[in-house]
Design a protein around this ligand. Sequence first.
Ligand code: RFL
Ligand code: PHB
Length: 393
Amino acid sequence: MKELRTRVAIVGAGPAGLFLGHLLSREGIDNVVVERRSREYVEQRVRAGVIEDGIAKLLADAGAGERMVRQGLVHHGVELRFEGASHRLALSDLAEGRAITVYGQQEVVKDLVRLRLERGEPLHFDAEVTAMDDLRSDAPYVEFEGPEGRTRVSCEYVAGCDGTFGVATRAVPASEMRRYERTYPFSWLGILAQAEPATQELIYCRHQNGFALYSLRSPTVSRLYLGVRPDESLDEWSDERIWDELSTRLATTERPALNVGPILERGITAMRSVVVAPMRYGRLFLAGDAAHIVPPTGAKGMNLALADVRELARALCAKFQDHSDDLLDTYSQRCLERVWRAEEFSTYMTQMLHPSFDDEFENGVQRARLRQVVTSREASTVLSRNYVDLNSL
Ligand code: RFL
Ligand code: PHB
């Protein structure tokens, strides 16, 4: 078996793992990132698209936002559409001038991979971490299987940034970590389409047939979602049916609902909420989806992941540079407070925008909530502040 030594072994090259590696390297802290998929795969994986105000600044201040600042689309509002009518939420007016940046998650990943490889820092693709151990000692290790065989990475700390149900959470004895979970009775069918967006701003739509979201990636690429039954399969959704349903749900009396174009990518994602606590076991620290999942209605997943590693990088710097354990010891508690706020917001958005098919009482409550959001300045202010900057409030 090959042997490597580093200070921090980082499992996973999603936004969390790559950004943690970036922040540590900037402080001169040696780290190794290990990713089980190929570079092409992680750079093409279409997922999140909304970056909060404070998280966009964090990326830019860390020298990782140059292309995002050039190519990202800054939005100052979103639209809420229900009962056939549109209502604009003036996010920036309601949230002290702050705004969201629409920039694909895979673009963030591409930027971070390129920066890392340019600086010659270790990043192993096609390398699956199969084990980690001695996590409660001061000499933990992880092992991975890569193109060159088996390697053991001896380190001082392990960062579990390996996403949902990863090897990191599985390495923790069940008695040492609690898992809180909720499932929802729907999934999201998402498409990326070569079509000019027919909207300037994101549209969150509640229709009696179900939820719809109109998002975008560039002046020529649209990203759209439909709420569907949890057991639905992509085979049941021809291109024609997808476009018909999107245009039914997004229709208003005022303008054409959308522009149609070739579908470049499609997928169905189940919606759930998960929190594991604490986000630490000995010298293993969890960050991002490895520690929590939010339903995508609040657009919080990638933001939470980047906010976690902002905390973790600070805590590791305090340890290595000032010999202080304080921030490491409070990491989990500080993150979880923010994570539960994001769970609350994501649940609120999800429950307000996905109609029930068998509970008319629930539907009455949802409509009342939406009307309150568009008529009460207090309600729209709370929503806007959480939407644009929850992780920095
Ligand atoms: P990732 O991105 O899943 O990265 C984890 C990485 O770990 C690798 N890995 C391993 N590597 C080595 N050895 C092993 N044993 C490994 N096991 C796993 C995986 O291959 C992977 O590369 O987690 P990370 O970094 O925590 O980032 C989290 C975000 O990806 C996620 O929260 C967001 O995509 C969620 N999300 C959204 N977040 C937002 O902030 N705004 C949005 O608008 C938004 N929309 C979305 C979303 C997620 C979606 N899906 C598909 C879940 C829309 C959708 C449809
Ligand atoms: C996206 O653009 O992919 C997106 C936007 C907002 C969400 C979820 C996904 O809430």
